[in-house]
Design a protein around this ligand. Structure first.
Ligand SMILES: C[S@@+](CC[C@H](N)C(=O)[O-])C[C@H]1O[C@@H](n2cnc3c(N)ncnc32)[C@H](O)[C@@H]1O
Length: 253
């Protein structure tokens, strides 16, 4: 994931100088942030959990609310970051539209989320929440797991947050795709190394699944990162796609 974060950070750094008064919204902020901004930046965070907001020390403004429905002020942020949150929403498309409404022209939406059609995505979607909590408590050893403000959070993994839907959302709203990458997360890499035989079998079968699904399902890609850019004005040409969409079209799931 470090590589993907560095790529997103590079886009942000290219767009904004350290002295710029950039306005950032961390949507589903939780208690941490991946991107770094200069000292003049103003960072607001919205989260449905007041416990998560309390733990967050990076924010100048804290909003307790649902990102799908909260009336965000129009055209008021330069960047909306939504990291590891879309999978927790029953209506991700509403959140995406809300972000677009709150974004100023030329601004960026940064998304990070799991891929539903990956092994991790399917297992997460089709196993009950109580099992996730149990695994966090027993395997990760966090006795507070599942209590207010502590993950795992309930997961919906709706198709409207799949990479394909994100591309469609971008097309429908004339958003440029500054960056898109689907990748294999650390958890899967570690598990496949640990359980060698299962790992070998998975690595052998995964390309076959990709082939048989005409490239639309690749079980190796567990997560994706996307950076979308709102056009500056109605008549502006669509922003340049920096990381060739066509070259990566097989990454759409
Ligand atoms: C897995 S955490 C990710 C937090 C943070 N973005 C990060 O990367 O560490 C998911 C967060 O989404 C929040 N969340 C879940 N549903 C939400 C909603 N409808 N509106 C706002 N926040 C929500 C949770 O409270 C939690 O803080």
């Amino acid at each position: 994931m470090d590589r993907q974060i560095s790529a997103v950070q590079a886009i942000v750094d290219r767009m904004f100088a350290p002295g710029d008064r950039v306005r950032i919204l961390e949507a589903g902020c939780g208690s941490r942030s991946f991107l770094r901004f200069g000292p003049a930046a103003y960072i607001a965070g919205i989260d449905i959990s007041k416990e998560q907001l309390q733990k967050n020390t990076l924010l100048q403004e804290k909003i307790e609310g649902d990102i799908q429905t909260f009336p965000l002020p129009p055209a008021s942020f330069d960047i909306v970051i939504c990291w590891d949150v879309l999978e927790h929403l029953p209506r991700p498309e509403q959140a995406l539209n809300n972000f677009l409404h709150a974004l100023r022209p030329g601004g960026l939406i940064v998304l990070g989320a799991p891929v539903l059609t990956s092994l991790k995505g399917l297992v997460t979607k089709y196993t009950p929440h109580w099992l996730h909590v149990l695994l966090y408590r027993k395997l990760i050893g966090n006795p507070l797991a599942g209590t207010p403000g502590y993950g795992p959070f309930k997961t919906f993994l709706k198709t409207s947050m799949s990479p394909r839907s994100i591309y469609r959302f971008a097309d429908d709203n004339r958003l440029g795709i500054e960056f898109f990458e689907a990748y294999e997360g650390l958890m899967q890499q570690t598990a496949l190394r640990k359980y060698r035989l299962a790992g070998i079998a998975f690595r052998a079968v995964a390309p076959l699944v990709k082939l048989l699904s005409f490239g639309s399902i690749d079980p190796r890609k567990t997560d994706y990162v996307a950076v979308l850019r709102k056009p500056r004005a109605e008549h502006d040409p669509e922003p340049r796609v920096e990381y060739a969409l066509s070259a990566q079209s097989s990454e759409r799931c």
